[in-house]
Design a binder for this molecule. Sequence first.
Ligand code: CA
Length: 232
Amino acid sequence: MRVLLAEDDELLGSGLKAGLQQQGFQIDWVRDGVAAERELLTGAYQASVLDLGLPRQDGMACLAAVRRQKITTPVLVLTARDGVPDRIAGLDAGADDYLVKPVDLMELAARLRALVRRAHGVAEPTLDVGALRLDPASRQVWLGDRLVELSLREYEVLHIFMLHAGRVLTRAQIEQHLYQWGTEVSSNTVEVHIYNLRKKLRADVIETLRGVGYMLPQQIRPDARSPAPGAA
Ligand code: CA
């Protein structure tokens, strides 16, 4: 899950970045409100953590500008003061949630997961597509009642597919969701992850649409234990 962090305090920013990365997020970090607006307008992020007190443009102005452009990326606002007017103004400007500093990292991570879930219309804490189930809190994946061991990257790729079930994703779109800035991506990395996912889950879990991209179908059946009686 790729998240934009906008925070001008070096110490807090580096702490949040490292902590969220440990929780499995990919973090791009900007330090002012103009850069935050520019990056959010790309639509490349699943969520954003936005400090309100930022140089060049405050978080509230950034948020308002982004919402005017119909960018719906979930935004969690960080506020230094426990002031109710601040929070109300943030929510009115289009924030989806807020936290008062000092921030508890585990709480921030949990809230980000919930925001991304809700943004995709999923009310339950787990993500279910047919017989596939993914739990973002524990990062565990099941196919039917089989627990499937995935690497962090494979998990991330599957998560993206499940959030966009039934829709075609190009390799570029998958890469955009997957990697924070400065990550070296070799040209066949996504293909390798998809190959491994098919091996660990099942070949039909991710379909290839030649020349277009890949798709996780909405109907995914559990593993067959034995051939059905009378099956050819
Ligand atoms: Ca600040």
